[in-house]
Design a binder for this molecule. Structure first.
Ligand code: 2AM
Ligand code: CA
Length: 263
């Protein structure tokens, strides 16, 4: 498989999907909740995933798709080519703000990330990366990240992890907030990862993300020297939900050692 051809193909699918999503903003959304009241899905999330699947299955019959809305394959391993897709990452933003949401896509071959994309739909900006081929924001090649200290860091973290919760000891998170230069919460994991990759945030963490939230970002993050693991400092699980941190090197170890204590 020619990586360059696959890259061109994936980019054109993303652009067309994004155009369809933008067009849909003028009509009324059908909103449903999934597992919990704040876990939302719209007809556009579903239609976008189906759009990708229709094209990928027609053009690459042997490729499999692991998508958030479940229209793809029943994925139990990452053998062969697997497309990990979140058609709309940041659905709450999509519904409430009509901005700050992204198409997140990672293409893996035998468990190795080969292509990654985060398309900020309303900003019309594409972050992309390929294995050993560097990372790009549109046509601009991104530099490698340098280290940062906790005191100088601006960290992406949701306020829900700084109050009592079932995943992390909140006291350490309070200490983190008291130490860092600032915190931000953008509401889309993919966009927060893209902020770390482009140096607008120094780190981003979440107690629970799914493979499609992070797959594209992982491929891109590696190309700029960002470190991504779960919060137990282990390899990320790309078949199930896991905790997550992506960070500048150095800062990553400091955050995990001194501030983040999982339950
Ligand atoms: P989504 O919008 O595609 O659901 C919000 O803080 C971020 O976390 C979004 O990227 C959102 O993705 C993701 N997210 C929300 N609920 C989640 C859950 N239960 N499991 C995994 N990821 C989730
Ligand atoms: Ca989604």
């Amino acid at each position: 498989m020619d990586l360059h051809k696959l890259d061109t193909y994936a980019k054109s699918l993303i652009k067309e999907a994004a155009y369809n999503i933008k067009t849909s903003l003028s009509s009324e959304l059908i909103i449903e909740s999934k597992s919990e009241a704040n876990d939302l899905v719209t007809n556009i999330d579903k239609e976008t995933e189906q759009f990708f699947i229709r094209h990928i299955k027609a053009d690459f019959a042997e490729h499999r798709i692991f998508g958030e809305e479940g229209f793809g394959d029943d994925i139990k391993d990452l053998n062969g080519y697997v497309w990990l897709l979140d058609p709309i990452d940041g659905t709450t933003n999509f519904i409430h703000q009509k901005q700050n949401f992204a198409i997140s896509l990672g293409i893996f071959k035998d468990g190795v990330g080969i292509l990654g994309y985060i398309y900020n739909v309303m900003e019309d900006s594409l972050l992309s990366g390929s294995l050993n081929g560097g990372a790009y924001l549109d046509d601009l090649r991104l530099p490698k990240l340098s280290s940062a200290s906790v005191e100088e860091a601006v960290v992406g973290v949701n306020a829900r992890w700084v109050v009592p919760n079932r995943y992390v000891h909140y006291e350490g998170m309070v200490k983190l907030l008291q130490t860092v230069r600032g915190t931000r919460s953008l509401g889309s994991a993919a966009i927060e990862i893209s902020y770390v990759v482009t140096g607008r945030l120094d780190a981003y963490m979440s107690m629970r993300l799914s493979p499609w939230d992070i797959a594209g970002g992982l491929v891109i993050a590696k190309e700029v020297g960002a470190i991504a693991t779960n919060l137990a400092f282990e390899h990320l699980d790309l078949l199930d939900a896991d905790s997550f941190i992506v960070s500048k090197p150095g800062l990553h170890e400091e955050l995990l050692k001194d501030y983040i204590q999982l339950k």
